[in-house]
Design a protein around this ligand. Sequence first.
Ligand code: ADP
Ligand code: ASP
Ligand code: MG
Length: 508
Amino acid sequence: MRTHGKAGMWGTPDLAVRMEYDSGKLGVEHKFGLRWSEMSAGLQVMKFGGTSVGNAECIARAAQIVAAGARAGRCVAVVSAMSGVTNRLIEAAKTAQGGGGEAAADAMDSLREQHERALRELVKGEAERDVVRKKLDAVIAEGLRFCEGTALLRELSPRTMDAISSLGERLSAPLVAAVVRELGLKSEAVEATELIVTDEFHGGAEPRMEETRKKSQARILPLLERGVVPIATGFLGATAGGELTTLGRGGSDYSATILGAALDADEVIIWTDVEGVLTADPRLVKDAQTIPEISYREAAELAYFGAKVLHPKTLRPVVQAAIPVWIRNSFAPEKLGTKITPDGRSIGGGVKALTAIRDVTLISVGGPGIIGLPDVVGRTFSTTAEVRASVLLISQSSSQNDICFGVSSADAQRTVEALRKEFASDLDHHKVEHIRVDPQIAIVAVVGQNMCGTPGIAGKTFAALGREGVNLIAIAQGSSETNISFVIEEQAVVRALQALHGEFGLGK
Ligand code: ADP
Ligand code: ASP
Ligand code: MG
């Protein structure tokens, strides 16, 4: 059933479509209404995160949403692994590396069992089940071979880690496609090795957009023309030579916007387990609320500074073509969620949201001797670039004694090792006195495009933190004035976020 509704709750485009599907067939009790942001015969790329395909009931709900999208226009889905699966795969790979071949094989068996159980619950026909089971078995068999090889050699290359950690998406996509077929549509799982061309940086590969565009259009457009709904694996891609790569943890969001841009989609919808981008992490600030509209720049700052709801690189592919990105709740599809647009819409007051990255390590390179070494800054940051550590914040004291910067703790060890190598001879000759590491650090960011031109925000921020007794270790404000970010001790994060959320009146 389709009826034209009124404007979205937040004044989003005026065509809202309500669709109802009887989901009883799949064992999901309720009927739900889906409100589309827009009704268009255009192309939507929809991504479903781990919790949105976390069990049979969630997969059924995701398939309903995909089917509704495909009935309204053209729809390509991108799916994550079932929640927790990627962690278990990484664990299994490490166990195999430690010689635990059998334990890794057990982990593979339990994954097979989990996916087959979902298959039994979701797909009724034996013949159809058989087709999907064969596919799942083939993926698990590959996983077993990778783990066996790893256990034998006790060596886990980044390339093998990518092959193992991406198995979860290769298992979930055929399941989702099968359930979309159960709903009466044509649907096919597509492995993103056939769509996304990347560089060779395993574990955090970057897309090559021109080649990705050619490849994904050649593979996806004929499917759409035949009325087939493609269900692509998130998280992974392949080099031009065909070697599987991954885009980094949480990278399925990035997969969705890469495909959105490559296919000239009208919009990208990221279906997750919260109602959009909230004013703060709802696990840390109880009265955080949905932001109806936010700009690319604001959302990118939030993602960059740790808001898990978006992978930090998510918005890069869509900025140029100005493709809107929605963040919506797959558990409450009737809600509109957040729309991310080129300009966002002001809500007044300047500050839109807060965020924090907790696992940060502060690294400082310095000592009085570095005054005479004009290239220390250059060498420091070409080293961080070489090891692809993303530098979250930089501060340098005016006496130039010390350059201090924050990196994600996952990047810290390789960054410090590379810096020690780079500055080995300077350290020996005491030109550089120290490379110091402080791991118990967090970065908090106050974000809002309208902050620029709203005086007093920094003052209010630091006054509120002072009242809470939060000690500031370093401060940075980008010249764009879209954020103020500062370094504090990790244990003060929740206090700082709650104090600032109240101070700027962001709560419900
Ligand atoms: P998915 O599996 O769908 O990719 P993630 O777990 O990666 O979902 O991201 C969604 C989670 O991000 C939410 O459950 C929420 O706890 C967390 N989160 C952190 N900061 C924010 C924020 N500002 N707005 C919304 N969610 C946030
Ligand atoms: N499954 C991958 C991960 O857990 C990618 C994703 O879910 O976005 O990191
Ligand atoms: Mg995610």
